[in-house]
Structures are given as structure tokens and as C-alpha cells.
Design a protein around this ligand. Structure first.
Ligand code: FES
Length: 105
């Protein structure tokens, strides 16, 4: 499926990602800048912080307690914030655009 990562400066990185891996893993495997994933996807670091569009909420898994807690470690968090490692890619997400924050630290 096609996933676009939109950097804070507007640069778009389009990635052909496999279903089943996370939005963080797809970014890391394709060297997308602006997303770190320091903890390796264990919902422990907050450096895979991204923003999702409200219109995509229905096709994304709900936030669980741990994701909400770990987001407290991220910067510039808004109500659109998610941790990319906690979102597995599905067929329904084909064409999704994910925005990346200006900083992860
Ligand atoms: Fe560490 Fe997502 S990679 S919280």
C-alpha cells in the first residue's frame, strides 16, 4: 500500500509499504527522515510521533492507554497525535498521508 509521510517543511516521502508492519517500521525501512523510533517499536520512547488526519481516524486502531501515556514524552503533541509504531498498516490505509512533527527530541 502507498503511504505518504509529509515532513514539517512540506517535503513528501512516498513509500510502498507492506501490510502488517507499522507506520514507524515502514518509515525506518525506507529512510524517511523525521521519524526516529528509538525504542524499536515498543511504545516506550515517543520518537515515532506523527499526526494523522481526522478523516483517517475511522481506519486506524483506537489509541490504547500505553500509547496515550508514551505520547506524553513526545513534543508538540496535538489531538491528532499518534505513535507510528502502534499503527499497523492495513489495506484500508492505501494512500494515507501521515504528517511528521518538526522535531522528535
Ligand atoms: Fe518508540 Fe514508537 S518507536 S514509541
Amino acid at each position: 500500500v502507498l503511504v505518504s509521510y509529509v515532513a514539517d517543511n512540506g517535503t513528501v516521502h512516498e513509500v510502498a509499504a507492506s501490510v502488517g508492519i507499522s507506520l514507524m517500521e515502514a518509515a525506518a525501512m525506507n529512510d524517511v527522515p523525521g521519524i526516529e523510533g528509538d525504542c524499536g517499536g515498543f511504545c516506550a520512547c515517543g520518537t515515532c510521533h506523527c499526526y494523522v488526519d481526522e478523516s483517517d481516524a475511522a481506519i486506524l486502531p483506537d489509541m490504547h492507554e500505553l500509547e496515550r501515556a508514551t505520547l506524553d514524552f513526545a513534543y508538540d503533541v496535538t489531538e491528532r497525535s499518534r505513535l507510528a509504531c502502534q499503527i499497523p498498516i492495513t489495506e484500508q490505509m492505501d494512500g494515507i498521508r501521515v504528517r511528521l512533527p518538526a522535531r522528535q527530541y
